[in-house]
Each structure stands twice: as C-alpha cells, then as structure tokens.
Write a protein that binds this ligand. Structure first.
Ligand code: CMC
Length: 363
C-alpha cells in the first residue's frame, strides 16, 4: 500500500535492488563513506570535495555531549536498556538545545547534531558500565572509527573501520520502514525533528524491526555448533517461532544488504581467525531457505561482524539507530518540504449500535 511519495530511497523487492537518491547501494557500499551517504540523503545529491570536508568537520565538531545531558545519563539505572537510554537522550537533548528543534528546512542542523552525537551517547553508556575513562573528542577519527573508538576504548584497525563504515552505509535508509514511517507521521503534525526521531527510536527497538540483529546472536549462541542447526531450526518452526534475521515485507528475493554483510562477516572472521559465526550463519541460511523459502535480511550478518569487534549484543540495535538517524532525518526534512498531515483510516471491524446498559445491569 503506497502511503506517500518520496525521492529518497527506492526498493525493488522483486529484483533485490536498493537505491539511495538514485544510487545503487552496492556502489555506495563499495566506493562511498558514511559521511558522504549522509550528505546524499539530506541533500539529494553527492557532495563536492569541499562540501564533504565541511560536513565531516561539522560532525566532528558537534560530538561533545552537553554537561546536563551527561548528568542525566549518569542518573540512568545501571539496568537500563541501551535503546531506552538512547531514546531518552535524544528526547532530553531537545530540552537542552531548543534552538535545534525547528520544524522546517533549518532542521538539517539538528540532523547533523543528532548524527554527530549518537556515537558519543553509545560510548558514554558503554564506558560508564565498564568504568572506563570518559570519552575524548578525537577529531582525527572518521565517523565510523569514532563510533568504534567510543564503544571499544581503542583505536580500530583500518579493516574494522571500513567494515563499520559499510555497515553504517547499509543501514542508513530503507524507504518507509516502520521507524521511518513513525518519524514521518510525527513530523507531519509539524512537530519537531527531535520528537520525530524519538518516535523512530522507540519503533526501531522492536524485535521485528531493528531489534532482530541482537536476537540473531542469541540464536547463534543457542545453536552453538553447525551440527545443531537443523535441530534448533526445526524445533523453532514447530513452535511457530520466528527466525530472526530472515524474511522481509518488501524483498521477495535476497536483501542486497545481507549479501554485502555476508562478505564482510567472512572477511572480519578471517582477519580475526574466528569463522565460527560465519559458518553457523551459512548453515542456518541453507536450512531456513530449504525449510521456509525465507531469505536473509540486513539483520542476519551485522551482529556477527560487531560481535567480532568485541561490541556487546545490546548495542547492536543502538548502532542501527546511529546509522538510520540519517535516513530518519532525511525523511523528516522531506516531510517538512512536502507537508501533508499523515492520517490514515482504519477499516472498522467492530460492533455497531450496541444498547448502552446502566452499570448495575451489566454481567
Ligand atoms: N521466521 C519464521 N517464519 C517467518 C519469518 C521468519 N523470520 N518471516 C515470515 N515468516 C512466516 C510467518 O510466520 C508467516 O507464516 P504463516 O503464513 O504460516 O503464518 C509468513 O511467513 C508471512 O509472515 P508475515 O509476518 O506476514 O510476513 P512479512 O513479510 O510481513 O514479515 C517480517 C516481515 C520482517 C516481520 C518477518 O519476516 C519477521 O518476523 N522476520 C524476523 C524478524 C526480523 O528479522 N526482522 C528484521 C527485518 S529487516 C530489518 C528491518 O527492516 O528492520
């Protein structure tokens, strides 16, 4: 069902193609950077060299967390889930930086601010729970390298940085997925960008959407070894459970992002001398395709890459958010430009004309 018109992202679910502003995701994953893709999504065209360097500079300059937000993050209970922390942090930032919350084209400054700051929020929460020293600004690092540094407290290798850059590119946008639709619905009321992103983060959290990548790792740990794949898949299907990382509402063939991430899972596995996850996932793919004709989606392989970097599984979905922030905000900017309140209708299937009984007569 078509809900609105957009120029940002095109999915051909029958052929397994994905375009951002007309550019094939395979070219972007091969040749581009996350910063360049952010510019593309927000501005509708690839940047020239000075434009890209200015955007990269602004993203670096805007990484620091405002002290009142740090205080608020430090009050979060240690048991708080990272997605709850990220959602709350974005919502709070709107109070600390009210100048960034206008509901018009100038919201692009807010889009840059939120993109710049999300790695710092993730880094802060991870360092806090591990008792690591506070984040340093590190303007020498690209966005992907800074995200890894913030979480891991070490400089990532070139290969790790490129893998993260590609993962960020692949997750940056995906047409009217549930969280982007939530962001657009919020923006279509002329509410501000930070509110729209807060709606989107809450929506991404669900295991049928962005939460699936974390669950894939749980599944791999449950399976344990390749010879148990058949047994675990059959048991789950018999219980009518969903296999995380498989199936998609739009793709009827393989999600092109899964194919790219599969290759990165192998490359990182080889570099780390640990192909356990990769081999389990390949076996899992075969069995699930044979049994259910389901193809892998973007969430199947991403966690296997992040886990080999040493990233804990509960940060996988927040990392998805740190990338999708660019797509959400691009859609919010488009919504402000083409503004029309999104107000679908429902087909009513309930009762009609019931007699109203006084409370004493109800049983
Ligand atoms: N495992 C087992 N069965 C499945 C799965 C799955 N992953 N996906 C679909 N099915 C079955 C489903 O049980 C149903 O069977 P039946 O007709 O016998 O009841 C049939 O396929 C159709 O299900 P549906 O929910 O109507 O299909 P959909 O195409 O709308 O589902 C989906 C899309 C993503 C919700 C679903 O495939 C799913 O739950 N996948 C697992 C969660 C997941 O990996 N989510 C990440 C999605 S991609 C990233 C993103 O966009 O966030």
């Amino acid at each position: 069902m078509v809900a609105l018109e957009s120029r940002i992202c095109f999915i051909d679910g029958k052929r397994g193609r994905l375009l951002y502003q007309g550019y094939d995701i395979r070219d972007l994953a091969e040749r581009s950077t996350f910063e360049e893709v952010a510019y593309l999504l927000w501005n509708g065209r690839l940047p020239k060299a000075p434009e890209l360097s200015e955007l990269s500079g602004r993203l670096k300059d805007r990484r620091a967390l405002p002290p009142p937000l740090v205080e608020e993050l430090d009050r979060a209970p240690p048991t708080a889930g990272p997605m709850d922390v990220v959602r709350t942090a974005v919502s709070s930032l709107a109070m600390f930086e009210p100048g960034e919350t206008r509901a018009d084209a100038s919201a692009i400054a807010g889009a840059e601010r939120l993109t710049a700051v999300l790695p710092s929020i993730l880094g802060h929460l991870q360092r806090r729970r591990l008792g690591l020293p506070p984040l340093r600004p590190r303007p020498d690092l690209s966005h992907a390298a800074y995200l890894l540094y913030a979480i891991l407290d070490r400089d990532p290798s070139e290969l790790e940085t490129r893998a993260m850059d590609v993962a960020l590119i692949l997750h940056a946008d995906h047409e009217l997925n549930a969280s982007t639709f939530a962001a657009r619905v919020t923006a279509s009321t002329l509410s501000d960008l930070y509110s729209a992103v807060t709606s989107a983060i809450g929506t991404l959290k669900g295991p049928l959407h962005g939460g699936a990548n974390e669950r894939v790792l749980e599944l791999l740990d449950e399976i344990g070894s390749p010879d148990r794949v058949e047994e675990v898949v059959h048991a789950k299907l018999a219980r009518k459970e969903r296999l995380m990382g498989f199936g998609h509402r739009v793709y009827k063939v393989e999600d092109p992002r899964a194919a790219i991430l599969r290759e990165w899972s192998r490359r990182i596995g080889e570099a780390k001398g640990n192909l356990r996850y990769y081999e389990l996932l390949r076996r899992l793919e075969d069995v699930v395709h044979r049994e259910k004709r389901l193809y892998p989606n973007v969430d199947l392989y991403s966690g296997s890459v992040y886990a080999l970097f040493g990233i804990p599984a509960d940060l996988f979905t927040p990392i998805f958010a740190a990338s999708r922030i660019t797509g959400w905000t691009a859609h919010v900017l488009e919504e402000y430009q083409d503004l029309r309140l999104i107000r679908p209708t429902a087909r009513y299937i309930g009762a009609v004309d019931l007699p109203y009984l006084p409370i004493a007569q109800r049983n």
